[in-house]
Design a binder for this molecule. Sequence first.
Ligand code: COA
Length: 174
Amino acid sequence: MDAYGEQVRLRAMGVADAESLWRWNHDAEVMRWMDEGYAETIGQVAKWLDERAGNAYGDVLFGIEEPGGTLIGLVRLHGAEPETGVADLDIYLGEKDFWGKGYATDAMRTACRYGFEKMRLRKITLTAVVENEAALHIYRKVGFVEEGRLRQVFRHEGQWIDKFTMGLLAGELR
Ligand SMILES: CC(C)(COP(=O)(O)OP(=O)(O)OC[C@H]1O[C@@H](n2cnc3c(N)ncnc32)[C@H](O)[C@@H]1OP(=O)(O)O)[C@@H](O)C(=O)NCCC(=O)NCCS
């Protein structure tokens, strides 16, 4: 089932989304605070989208649509384990024209609510580069707290810099 926030719709992704995903992953501004993969062709991205197993407990990938129906980014809950009820979250908006409109905050809340209510998760975790102020702001705003600091794990402008590990327990979502 799709998941609806106040503004965004979260829906499954498929081959038709390959061009968007490829473009986002090759945009230096979008990827500035994220671990870059190796260069890929659109065909390889399409193949990955086509061949990945459908959404299931251990890996839920949602495309984020804004109210006009444009795909603007993705959010993923992955690595969930029934023994612990903990999953990791990744989010980014690849369409830069749609930054600063509240969509990532709404998508975070919607994905976390989906995790806690539908998947019965107990906890959601993520990591964020300590200098990524916009991302840290939205994570704190929805209730994530810093739990630790991973030293020198991210390469930025010729320096190795740190990441925070953050966590949100069921009941803490704001
Ligand atoms: C970070 C990102 C997800 C934010 O998405 P967005 O839709 O623009 O975010 P929102 O509009 O929901 O909220 C942005 C908030 O951050 C704040 N913000 C923006 N830039 C900021 C900065 N440099 N310092 C502090 N706060 C900042 C805004 O004021 C706003 O807060 P408010 O709603 O309380 O006023 C998006 O810009 C993105 O995907 N960036 C590239 C990839 C990335 O960094 N992903 C996260 C990797 S961990």
